[in-house]
Design a protein around this ligand. Structure first.
Ligand code: EPU
Length: 442
């Protein structure tokens, strides 16, 4: 067949059926690994997924002298930060462009070493993704930030002290930056307009286990009382709710029935409501959630992506594919990123009818015009999809292409698959477990 390891050919039209497991969240585990730098004693993280961000962060930790060992369970990692040391810029630079997590090393390295060097960041190209909130916050803690052609160099000549910070937007990464920096800063930190995603609450739980004093107050305020030192933690990472939503959407779009082990209800409530409104059904059990298409027509929905507890931006792309099969017109407003509908071009090539409006749509029902770059996608269905050759543009868009291929009549070749493994552990094996018909030679 002559496929590269970065390509898959999917024979569509077969419903996904069976059981798969999700493990720890890609958007928590790497940050928990960074937190291990703050402890005087070793930390153990369990339920760690095998995704590429983990390998990038493990590489950076090792460069800084953290001893990493693996437990018998492949998801168990141990980090011993007893000998943290300055790493060579050239070695750090080898990680440039591979992930956005390195920006979170700033606070912990400044505490441990008095200096930090952060390579150019990577991550999905879904908008500008600036780091101004991070750098502004670090300066308020007393860091001196110097931008170099190769990355960012930081020092803290007088140590780091508590700060009063109000984020312009409840950014997940900037909130984590403030948490990881404030816990050992001298004095108190008040963070207003903080993100409160479940992964952030899980990070707060980890820091509390380490000895931090963090209070989550009403109205997105987080209050941190700096402590002198922290110890290691032992923690089981929260499940990956983005992966759960992705497989649920795949079950719905293909008319299938998928039990997602490890999924829990509380963190998925907003998604579950939408899933039900679209016409999907689900059953919550102690060990996971079963998602299925109960037959009959799917219904259109209007959704606005938002910060927690709203409908996550990371859930929209997989759901869009299911909405191409709904009877009527659905609208999705993307309010978190300025460029997250590029993936719809390929779906249109496969037969979908999706129009993207660059400025968003006027709608009396909408709450606030929160961000300048709002956009809307209007999806008219149902449209049968037919096979095509499509190239993965970003992580979530990529998974939605797999769903499109599984839903379409005929063969779909999806290229640039490597991006999907940034956030979906063993997805080829999981597709196999769910009875998908495909050719993969990787
Ligand atoms: N922003 C700024 N300045 C900053 C930081 C953020 O303008 O300094 C803007 C961003 O450009 C974006 C918005 O604020 O438009 C939200 O960004 P946020 O900082 O909340 O996102 P993040 O921390 O970079 C994490 C996840 C994303 C997820 C978002 C929103 C990780 C590693 N990434 O990104 O996950 O979409 O929060 O929940 O945790 C994904 O999993 O596919 C993914 C992209």
């Amino acid at each position: 067949m002559g496929l590269t390891s970065d390509e898959i050919i999917i024979n569509g039209g077969r419903p996904l059926r069976g059981r798969i497991e999700v493990r720890g969240a890609k958007n928590l585990a790497p940050k928990a690994m960074v937190a291990a730098l703050l402890g005087k004693t070793p930390s153990t993280l369990r339920n760690v997924p095998n995704v590429s961000d983990i390998r990038v962060v493990a590489g950076l930790l090792a460069l800084h002298g953290v001893l990493i060992t693996r437990g018998e369970d492949p998801g168990e990692w141990r980090f011993d930060p007893s000998n943290v040391e300055v790493a060579h810029h050239a070695d750090i630079d080898a990680h440039a462009g591979s992930s956005r997590i390195p920006i979170l090393f700033c606070g912990p390295l400044l505490h441990r070493l008095g200096e930090a060097f952060i390579p150019d960041l990577g991550g999905c190209r879904i908008g500008d993704r600036p780091i101004d909130f991070h750098l502004d916050a670090l300066r308020k803690f007393g860091a001196v930030v110097e931008k170099l052609p190769s990355g960012i160099s930081l020092t803290a000549p007088d140590g780091l002290h508590g700060a009063n910070i109000e984020l312009p937007y409840p950014s997940v990464g900037a909130t984590e930056q403030v948490l990881l920096t404030s816990v050992l800063a001298k004095g108190q930190t008040e963070l207003r307009n903080a993100a409160i995603e479940p992964e952030i609450i899980d990070l707060i739980c980890i820091l509390q286990k380490m000895g931090a004093i963090i209070t989550v107050e009403p109205n997105r305020v987080i209050f941190v009382e700096g402590v002198e030192e922290l110890r290691g933690y032992d923690h089981h990472a929260i499940f990956d709710r983005n992966e759960v939503a992705s497989w649920a959407s795949a079950a719905l779009a293909t008319g299938g029935d998928v039990f997602v082990g490890g999924a829990q209800q509380e963190e998925m409530m907003t998604f579950l409501n939408v899933f039900r409104k679209v016409g999907g059904d689900f059953e919550v059990r102690d060990d996971g959630i079963r998602f299925w298409h109960p037959g009959g027509e799917l219904k259109p929905v209007t959704i606005e992506t938002d910060v927690h507890p709203g409908f996550m931006t990371d859930w929209q792309q997989p759901l869009v594919v299911a909405l191409t099969q709904a009877q009527g017109v659905s609208t999705i407003h993307e309010t978190v990123y300025e460029n997250r509908f590029g993936f719809t071009d390929a779906l249109n090539k496969m037969g979908a009818d999706i129009q993207v409006f660059k400025d968003g749509l006027h709608d009396e029902q909408r709450r606030v015009n929160r961000r300048e770059f709002e956009q809307a996608a209007v999806i008219a269905g149902p449209t049968p999809l037919s096979g095509a050759e499509i190239e993965v543009p970003d992580l979530r868009g990529g998974f939605s292409y797999l769903i499109a291929g599984l839903t379409a009549e005929g063969q779909t070749k999806v290229t640039n698959l490597g991006i999907i493994s940034r956030g979906y552990e063993n997805f080829i094996e999981k597709l196999r477990q769910l009875g998908a018909d495909f050719i993969f030679e990787g």
